[in-house]
Design a protein around this ligand. Sequence first.
Ligand SMILES: [Zn+2]
Length: 531
Amino acid sequence: MKCQLCGSERLTAFLDLGKQPICNSLLTQNDVKTKFEETYPLVLHVCKDCWLVQLEQTAPEQAVFGHDYNYLSGSSSGLITYFKQLANSIRTKVDLKKGDFVVDIGGNDGSFLINFQHPNVRQVDVRLYNVEPTPLPAGLSQKKNIETIQKYFSLSVAKWFGAKAKIITALNVLAHCYNVHDFLCGVHDLLDRDGVFVSQSHYLPALIEQCQYDTVYHEHLRYYTLSSLVKLYRMHDLKIFHVDFNSIYGGSIVVYAKHARGNKRDSQLASVEKVCRNESKYQSLSTYTMFAAQVVSNRAKLVSYITALKQRKQRIVGIGAPMKSATLLNYCGFKADTLDYLTEVNQLKVGMYAPGSHIPIVNEALMLDKQPDYGLLLSWNFEDNIVRSLRAQGYKGGFINPMPQFHVLNEVVSFEDSRGKIVDVLNDEQIEHVNHITFTKDAVRGNHYHKQSIHYDYVLRGRIEFYRQLPYGPVRRQVATEKDLVFTGLNERHALKALEPSEIMVFTRGPRGGHNYETDTYRLSGEECLI
Ligand SMILES: [Zn+2]
């Protein structure tokens, strides 16, 4: 195996997620009975010369992006809003004139490109092209009156244009393409001397810091830092002059580049260099071995907790069936005898079976009807919204959140009679410290994080607004009321604001209380503050 960036053979495998099927290949009931399901190794490697994190290219491109590929970017309202903002930001960096053209590579259903459609861009008529290889999204893009070329982008596709593009975009594409060098040769060839190439990729430090091993699947061949992108682009005479970060897909990097010897000015080089300097941690093997150890320990905790529940004949289901759930389910070895079913709101998935695990996917309503004892949160990044929504619809069982730090939220009535109720707040958790905190109205606490302790805040009275943020992740806001339990994990920035006089109990594992408290409390200052 050779490094996909620099060609070195000095690669080290640091995380083996086992042999897995392609994560978006859902099966029909008939497939489950008759189809041989192909699996491919899912192993993360790092290059000790250029420090690019990558997968071995074991699954054929056709299998990953074949006819089954049904991901549509237009189906997410959050993405639609984000695309509009990103298009505006790109517009401020490029002076578009009538007749200029814009190419979106891997533009899916055209939801991003339509933001450049007349009259969205200052009444200037520009030509729009989408180079999209997968049939279903390409067809939808065509219907939006966007010239759609159903091909994988390459140098030969770039030559086909016969003219130069003012803007080229590739959003979540750079990690996916099989020959990244041919791809960037094509970008260099197609890009105007004054043009801008904008790419967005999942940011490796976000994956590592949030322990998002479930975002590793065959589609994502490479996991970038800014430093590795700078090296890769330099090989193709492209220069990065501006960088932005956002919380899309758990933490992404948006990189603006131009011809290294082009006419465009370098506007933000200092900030690019500063980000690269801060990434030195990701040029050390110990970062990756520590990450792998954390993944292994997360899996062990989850598997042993679930196994113990099954021994007690508890009914467990999975909540959500996103693509990344396949990696987690298969890595943990969960099958239909572990989780009765996965719930979904996306009707395209309902009635199908998850790849590898063969767990049936059902309508979310079934869970409300059957009231299983526990739901495993597979879209764990939306924990707050899902817990709130399912509780509001009457779900009474517990929630198991597998990532980035395993924890369980319970509200199971274990016993009730004329004397009152006994409710399990926490199960199987080691607590080392408990405190009771009161808030006056509008009081703010927190604006800090802990590196070694986790805590659960249980609201006894009042209404409290929680703000929480994992490194490189979005700020999540949640209003908790009486009997709500809120988990705060390692390195998670958090702040609380009381909307009315309130009272909470805090259950902590790790150093807390008395003289220990300050040793593991890292305060946020100035702009870092969440409130
Ligand atoms: Zn390398």
